[in-house]
Design a protein around this ligand. Sequence first.
Ligand code: HEM
Length: 334
Amino acid sequence: MQKLHASIAVSSLFFAILSTTVSADEIANKSVVEQIVDAQTTLAKGPYKGLRVNHNKGIVVTGSFVPSASAASITKAAHLQNTPSKVTVRFSNAGGVPTIEDTNPNANPRGIAIRFELPDGSITDIVSLSINAFPVSTPEAFLAFLNARIATKPDSPKPTPVEKMVAATPSLQRFIAIPKPFPVSFATHHYFGINAFEFTNAQGDKHYVRYQILPVNGQELMSADEVAKAKPNYLFEELPQRLKKGEAKFRLVAQIAAEDDVVNDPTVVWPNDRKLVELGVISLEAPVADNATAEKALAFNPLILLDGIAPSEDPVLLARPGAYAVSVGRKLAP
Ligand code: HEM
């Protein structure tokens, strides 16, 4: 059975944002996730009616997923047993500016959101980024970072609010130092789950894992010269062409935590020598017929999970469904 963790928090937030009148007291009492969504909207110079607050330039494609034999050794989740699933995948640029050029550095990291639909109709989502760390460890710190960015103006005295926060936050310094290359295609970039999940197999054995979503043919990145010559929508124009040739396949892989790896902090990257278990292959087939309608209807949520996969206690992971629900509520508001 499909489980929606934190569903009470999600639905109460969802209904809260549909209420019509908001008093000054209610604004003062806004939850951290609502304040994050407000800050993301401000940074993007939004709101943009009918669109997501974040990652709102996207493309939706359909395909299939075939689990690997090794997947069942670490989880009993139904989509990772023997039966193939249908998938709907949405690739996106970072940020909340719907017209952002694909060649803009702020369009990195890219997003991939995958919805698995099993033959019995149940669903589960994986929502990942083209980078293997998050800049901060808590939603409160994320809000502080967004507010520092809002408070930093071209004429802000030095050190600016952003510079002060970066100087005081080693995880932000590490995040900034991670290379954020431009891919040749959405289908030639690697993506990472960042937040950990707990897998349980049929024997009751438990492991913490992080997802990696890796192009079957390896990464293909662009040089700075190529980026300078690329068209503003090059990724969005390239993907449908590539799909006609059937050249968009990803390995879904679980990176297994060692005994003492930190599992509740998305700023901590696990070493590369951790064991990898192949979970299966995602084959992308075609763009949806009507991208705008599909984007509006789809609401991904990293905590739509099937039995055999549970969230870690990572506070960033646990904050995400609430924030996404606020964004979805605003997207669907008349
Ligand atoms: C506190 C931390 C975070 C907050 C507040 C946040 C907030 C948001 C919001 C508001 C949206 C728009 C959702 C919608 O309207 O459907 C979004 C989308 C997205 N986020 Fe996050 N996010 C967080 C962390 C992360 C992390 C850790 C990842 C990756 C591991 C991630 C990946 C994505 C992706 C790929 C999308 C686009 C989903 C789609 O295609 O519909 N986010 N985020």
